[in-house]
Ligand binder design. Structure first.
Ligand code: GDP
Ligand code: IMO
Ligand code: MG
Length: 422
């Protein structure tokens, strides 16, 4: 059996959580492979709304196994809060949620370092989620990190050593902080973690595949935030692309099956960094209002703009996307005209190739398509799609050369339409 991978193609918040939840009944296992509590994956069903940060979005569907893979960075305090809230709402998860011993731990001082590095950057700050993601991955790469498996050993010594190193850096930066309270919650989180199956997830996942179990890998963030291929340095600190599923779970490249690329029918970005199709006018405000574009984790207003096919083609190439899934189509319901960026003009030269850098003057060149101007939120089948919407889909498929398999017309699990196309 192969694993299927589901990931974001833009700057995150494409609607990955919703789609994982919708697709979970078709799988035996759902596994997160990178990122941490910087993610906020929203699911809505039966009138309830849930936001998941570290826990895979397959957790609501029956007895599926959910895995937090080695590529993830885990904050025990935030994890405890998230898991306890789920259990309190009637979703027990202790037996169903397996955590890799190789996942790295986000320490309270990582959060402080995140804040200190951002402050030191001044105007050039990344606009991180402040969850300690960058410093934790930095420690992992520089071989100073601490891992979930360490809590099974002489953890106090390991923790004290890592903390002292961070304190030294913060002292040299003259950065003031107080982690007394956070540290207490964090230590309680460490004890809480012990109640979960702490596993060698690479062995587990490969054994499941051998036993013909189906696995869906859930990405966090989006391709444009990938540490290698995103709009560096305004990116996150992990490989959000399909290859991240291999290194973040221990799955060999030849075990990758379908790659589901999730995109909004338009585009958003939260935090700093270039965004060629960003709109600073009424249309941008309208997208923000109708799309409720406020961060699920930080509540920050998301920047909005038209769909960017130059960036999407690049994302599709890097990930080997086999199926596209288009979210938030309903947000465009009232627009008379819809624009799609088909090329960039940089220093007077037109290009359809995503360039080394999109900082500076990048003028988007748009194709214009007529809007459908009707309510799609109650549609349940492709047969109900208005002609203009079918035209928009055909246009995107022709440009992107990948079929759009699923269309989402609202936040609820039920507002999801599968297309006949293969
Ligand atoms: P993720 O991080 O990729 O899982 O996405 P987020 O949950 O951060 O952001 C997506 C937002 O859009 C959430 O508030 C979802 O409830 C909402 N959403 C998902 N699909 C649709 C859709 O088709 N239409 C509308 N209007 N909202 C949607
Ligand atoms: P989901 O999984 C949108 C952005 C931050 C910042 C940059 C680096 O919900 O799509 P970090 O805290 O990771 O060091 O921040 O990445 N960012 C996200 N933007 N959705 C996310 O996750 C994000 N996770 C990080 O805003 O610009
Ligand atoms: Mg999100």
């Amino acid at each position: 059996m192969k694993v299927d991978v589901l990931l974001g193609l833009q700057w995150g918040d494409e609607g990955k959580g919703k789609v994982v939840d919708v697709l979970t009944p078709r799988y035996d296992v759902v596994a997160r492979f990178q990122g941490g509590p910087n993610a906020g994956h929203t699911l809505e069903f039966e009138g309830q709304k849930y936001v998941l940060r570290s826990i895979p979005s397959g957790i609501f569907q029956g007895d599926k196994v959910n895995i937090i893979g080695n590529g993830v960075v885990l904050d025990p305090a935030l994890f405890k809060a998230e898991a306890e809230a789920l259990e309190a709402s009637g979703h027990p998860l202790k037996e169903r949620l397996h955590i890799s011993k190789k996942a790295h731990l986000i320490m309270p001082t990582h959060r402080v370092l995140d804040a200190a590095y951002e402050a030191a950057k001044g105007d050039a700050k990344v606009g991180t989620t402040g969850k300690g993601i960058g410093p934790t991955y930095t420690d992992k790469i520089s071989r100073n990190g601490i891992r979930v498996g360490d809590i099974l050993g002489d953890f106090d010594t390991i923790y004290a050593k890592a903390k002292a190193r961070h304190e030294e850096i913060l002292k040299n930066m003259n950065f003031e902080y107080d982690i007394t309270e956070i540290e207490k919650e964090w230590m309680a989180g460490i004890e809480y973690l012990r109640q979960f199956p702490l596993v060698d997830s690479e062995h587990e996942i490969n054994a499941l595949l051998k036993a013909d179990k189906s696995v869906l890998c859930e990405g966090a963030q989006g391709t444009m935030l990938d540490i290698d291929f995103g709009s560096y340095p305004f990116v996150t600190s992990s490989n959000t692309v399909c290859a991240g599923a291999c290194s973040g779970l221990g799955v060999a490249p030849n075990k990758i099956g379908n790659v589901y690329g999730i995109m909004k029918a338009y585009c958003t970005r939260v935090g700093s960094g270039p965004f060629p199709t960003e709109l600073f006018d009424e249309t941008g405000d309208k997208l923000c209002t109708l799309g409720h574009e406020f961060g699920s984790v930080t509540g920050r207003k998301r920047r909005c703009g038209w769909i960017d096919l130059v960036a999407l083609k690049y994302s599709i190439m890097i990930n080997g996307v086999t199926h596209l899934i288009m979210m938030k189509s309903d947000v465009l319901d009232t627009f008379e005209t819809i624009k799609a960026c088909v090329a960039y003009r940089i220093n007077g030269v037109e290009t359809e190739n995503f360039p080394y850098s999109i900082e500076g003057e990048v003028e988007p060149i748009y194709a214009e398509l007529p809007g459908w101007q009707c309510d799609m939120t109650k549609m349940t089948s492709e047969d109900e799609f208005p002609e203009e919407f079918n035209n928009y889909i055909s246009f995107l498929e022709e440009e992107l050369e990948v079929p759009i398999k699923i269309v989402s017309v609202g936040p609820d699990r039920d507002q999801t339409i599968e297309r006949y196309t293969e």
